[in-house]
Design a protein around this ligand. Sequence first.
Ligand code: GRF
Length: 199
Amino acid sequence: KNIVILISGRGSNMQAIVDAQIAGANICAVIANRSDAAGLAWAAERGIATAVLDHKHYAGREDFDAALISLIDGYTPDLIVLAGFMRILTAEFVDRYAGRLLNIHPSLLPAYTGLHTHERALADGVKITGCTVHFVTAELDHGPIIVQAALAVLDDDTVASLSARMLEQEHLIYPQAVRWFVEDRLTLVNGRVHIDCPA
Ligand code: GRF
């Protein structure tokens, strides 16, 4: 399966997916909307094609997403993976890749959609938080949930300590979800996720 990964920053989830060496996964390209995204150099060093599409060069969201679609489609991907891609996508973009567009979010959705999830979880005093891999739909952070990992919030946790522990879990569940997709074990039935997991 051809996979395009979109990043905006360090790309540690992208690295985890690449490093998982999933049989049948062909990472065609890593695309960033910022030229300073650190993950780009990491991917390029490993011989993965990289591209930058700077949203600031486009008049608006529609123009940027249209350009992004043509760049992505040049790689004929089966799957598009958002890995810390800090852009809200238009309905046109999301609909085009329906059922083959994944995202990871650092909360136990449907709790804490949007930004600053760790700050908000700590401020609320929740004892359990986690991360979620989901299919992307037009409503931000609301698509069908594929896999989640939970972790305990410790009394002395800070945003830094919590996000570091969370990332370890993200790096487990995101490659897992991609592996299920590549192995054709991940399907959407009436808008709900079905995972075929033979023992
Ligand atoms: C992760 O916390 C992810 O859940 C969120 O953005 C962050 C990206 O980190 N969507 P990285 O760029 O993958 O290291």
